[in-house]
Structures are given as structure tokens and as C-alpha cells.
Ligand binder design. Structure first.
Ligand code: S3P
Length: 428
């Protein structure tokens, strides 16, 4: 349990952890490259450590010095000795299914922790099977554990039902090992880090509106670059600075890929006071210094197509909405029920306990504001994004908030509470 005291304001600069999604992908593509990929500012979260452990077990050469990571597979991948444990990481489990499916001769059992074992796997298993992948398991591939046997895959065209970058990535990784081109058609745009990284490594990709086509399996070229700071981690400080008075937080090196920054666009419509100074491209990904000031927030319309562009930021957007003038209605976010916990329930329960006017909807929330937030004991339900969103709510509350299960911040942001202590001003 962690007690977070109210803050008078937040101010300062934050060195963000490397982007988690980009870190996973750099490691996965390194494991398909004989020359290898070296990246600086690799995520220090437990989820990316799970990916590295699994790739190492499957024969990849993994070297880590601080936050510099090198992954290569000079002699290709092999069947691991034991099960590949993806821990709490959906990205690890789902993308490994795609990676292993397209590697003939590699056979792996993929497992996960209690939360991950409850999450749907069918969304990735069904398209991979249609390419000829052999995937089984006690639940028939609906849930972990799954057994994947790599083989020669056929190219296929997949019309995805769910907007999911994890599923898209799994299919593209499998497509790299298929005989013919593979096409993925997205219902709505999702984070495009895989496409950008493949293009950066010289893999031919054809993008035509919502259709992404990948051809053939040549060994991947190597490369070296720096991973930008994680926008999803920056989001907590952006909201904290916006909702506390006299605040100013600077976030250098933040990834600003437009398929990730939906929150910034929504907060801008809500009246966010901020500035942004472009820094250029790192490994095909744009980054910038973002500075956020205290803001007078007002409810704004949120479009369902924006949801995938800020899917991980919705818990902290809910916190911002409690402090905004008017009614914020967030719909089209049913996917939140399939994350590390049911985030619709977790956020509604915890924020209403702190005094927010929040109603749980089938696919989102209705939040009326501004409301004062009080103290109390709330549960993260073991979900890192919920824990950090509640810590931001606590900074703006009138009395201390105790957060149960705060340790899960390790999943994506081990330095979160240290950064919070260095930003929060508490004495008068
Ligand atoms: C991720 C995609 C998102 C996101 C997750 C990371 C990725 O999941 O919630 O934290 O790295 O591809 P979905 O694509 O399943 O929505």
C-alpha cells in the first residue's frame, strides 16, 4: 500500500522511461536480425524484461548495459527449454505468438500471470491459424497457456475486428515468415510503431489507407538508435500539471507519434495550456519537449475513433475529467475491459470512492465536473495504469489517498513514485 499526500503544485523536469511499445518491438525485431539491433533508453519496466527473458530462452543473444540493449540472433531462434513466461505483458504474449508461428522448427509454450491468463488470445490465434499456424492449448487457444509450433505460413488478408496494435504486430511478424504477402486491414488506426520500425530497417511495406501489406522473409538488417520517452508515462505528469494550480512540468524527449498522442489532442480541446518544441526523428519516431502548465479544463467531445490513439491514457483522462467543467462522456472504449484489469470498473470504483461524479457505462464513463476529490483507500486492482492515474488524483485531493497494489507501477514505470516525489511541492 502507498500513501500519496495532496500536493500544492507540481513543478520540474522529468526524465521519462523509454517507450514500452517501441522497446518491445526493438527486442522482437532484433531477434530476427543476425546483425542485431542496439537501442538506447530501452524501457526499464517489467513488461519489456519479460520479452527479453522469453527471447533469450528462444536463442536470441540479449545484452543489456544500463538502458542500452542489444538483441541479435546470429544463428536464428530455437525451441526454448521451458515455457516462455510473458508475466503481465499482453504485448509479449501476443507478439510472441506471431513471431514463433513464422519460425519453422521452433516450438514454444507461452504462459502468463493470473491477469494475463484471463485476457483474450483468440484475437491473435484466429488470424494466425488462417495463415496455417499451429496453435493449441488447454483452452483451444482462447486463453494462455498456448502451444505454438512454427512452420511455413501462407500469406493472407486479415480484416481485423478489433482495433489492436498487438494483433496487427503479431500478424506482421508472422507475415515476415510467410511465403506470400500478408495484408492487415485495421478498423481504426492504432499505434504504428511496428510499421515505422520495419520501414526504418528497410523492410518493404505498402500502406494504402487502412491496409498494411508486408512481403517476404529476408533476414532483417541491424541498426542502432535511441528510443523516445514514453508518451503514456508522460501522460500522468501532463494531467497532474494541468489540474494542480501554479504548476509547470517539462517532459524532454517525449515520443509524439500521432498514433499515440490522442490524449494531447483531447486535452488541447479541453483547454490545456502547453507548448511543444519538436526535436526530430529517433529510429523513425518523432520526439519533442512538451511543457504543460496549470489549465482551466472544460469538458470536450471525445470521438470513438480517438480511443485507440489514447487507449492507455484513458484512466488518467478520467482523472482530468473529474476536474473539468461540464460533463465528459467517453464511449467506444469497451477494450478497457480486456486490459490488465477491467479498467472501466477499476477507475469508476476508485474515483467515485474519492468523491468524483462518475458513472460506469458499458463502453466508458460519464464524468461530471469539477468535483473536489477527497482522501481514502482505493485499489489499483493490480493494474499499473490505474495505480498511476489514482496517484495523480491523490495529488489533487484534499486529503491523503492510500493506493492498494501500488507495486504494479514496476510494469511500465519503476521510477514513477520517485518522479512524483521530486515534482510535488507539499509545504506551504
Ligand atoms: C500495445 C498496444 C495496446 C496497448 C498496450 C501496448 C502495443 O494494446 O494497450 O499497452 O505495444 O502494441 P491493444 O493493441 O491490444 O489495444
Amino acid at each position: 500500500m502507498k500513501r500519496v499526500d495532496p500536493a500544492r503544485k507540481v513543478s520540474g523536469r522529468v526524465a521519462l522511461p523509454g517507450d514500452k511499445s517501441i522497446s518491445h518491438r526493438a527486442a522482437l525485431l532484433g531477434a530476427l536480425s543476425p546483425d542485431g539491433i542496439t537501442v538506447h533508453n530501452f524501457s526499464d519496466g517489467a513488461d519489456c524484461a519479460s520479452t527479453l527473458r522469453c527471447l533469450g530462452q528462444a536463442g536470441a543473444k540479449v545484452e543489456r548495459r544500463g538502458n542500452t540493449l542489444s538483441v541479435s540472433a546470429p544463428t536464428g531462434l530455437r525451441s526454448p527449454e521451458g515455457a516462455l513466461d510473458a508475466g503481465n505483458s499482453g504485448t509479449t504474449a501476443r507478439t510472441l505468438c506471431g513471431l514463433v508461428s513464422g519460425r519453422p522448427g521452433v516450438r514454444a509454450r507461452i504462459t502468463g500471470d493470473e491477469s494475463l491468463s484471463r485476457r483474450p488470445m483468440q484475437r491473435v490465434v484466429t488470424p494466425l491459424r488462417s495463415m496455417g499456424a499451429s496453435i493449441g492449448g488447454p483452452s483451444g487457444g482462447m486463453r494462455l497457456p498456448v502451444e505454438v509450433t512454427g512452420g511455413r505460413l501462407r500469406g493472407a488478408t486479415h480484416v481485423m475486428e478489433t482495433a489492436s496494435a498487438q494483433v496487427k504486430t503479431a500478424i506482421l511478424l508472422a507475415g515476415l515468415g510467410a511465403d506470400e504477402p500478408t495484408t492487415v486491414i485495421e478498423p481504426l488506426p492504432t499505434r504504428n510503431h511496428t510499421e515505422r520500425m520495419l520501414a526504418h530497417l528497410g523492410v518493404p511495406l505498402y500502406i494504402d489507407g487502412s491496409a498494411i501489406t508486408i512481403a517476404t522473409s529476408r533476414p532483417l538488417k541491424g541498426g542502432e538508435w535511441t528510443i523516445p520517452g514514453d508518451f503514456s508515462s508522460a501522460a500522468f505528469w501532463m494531467v497532474a500539471a494541468a489540474i494542480l494550480p501554479d504548476s509547470c512540468v517539462t517532459l524532454p524527449g517525449t515520443g509524439i507519434n500521432p498514433t499515440r498522442t490522442g490524449l494531447l489532442r483531447v486535452l488541447e480541446r479541453m483547454g490545456l495550456a502547453y507548448s511543444i518544441e519538436q526535436e526530430g526523428l529517433k529510429g523513425g519516431e518523432p520526439s519533442a519537449t512538451i511543457t504543460v502548465h496549470s489549465s482551466h479544463l472544460r469538458a470536450a467531445e471525445i470521438h470513438p475513433w480517438e480511443i485507440p490513439l489514447m487507449i492507455d491514457e484513458l484512466p488518467v483522462l478520467a482523472v482530468a475529467a473529474t476536474r473539468a467543467e461540464g460533463v465528459t462522456e467517453l464511449r467506444g472504449a469497451m477494450e478497457l475491459r480486456f486490459k490488465e484489469c477491467d479498467r472501466i470498473v477499476a477507475v469508476a470504483r476508485a474515483l467515485s470512492k474519492l468523491g468524483a461524479d462518475i458513472t460506469e457505462l458499458e463502453d466508458g464513463w460519464r464524468i461530471a465536473g469539477p468535483t473536489r476529490l477527497g482522501g481514502g483507500r482505493v485499489s489499483s486492482m493490480g493494474d499499473h495504469r490505474v495505480a498511476m492515474a489514482l496517484a495523480v488524483a491523490a495529488l489533487a485531493a484534499d486529503a491523503p489517498v492510500e493506493i492498494e497494489g501500488h507495486e504494479c507501477v514496476e510494469i511500465s514505470y519503476p521510477g514513477f513514485f520517485d518522479a512524483l516525489d521530486s515534482l510535488a511541492a507539499r509545504s506551504a
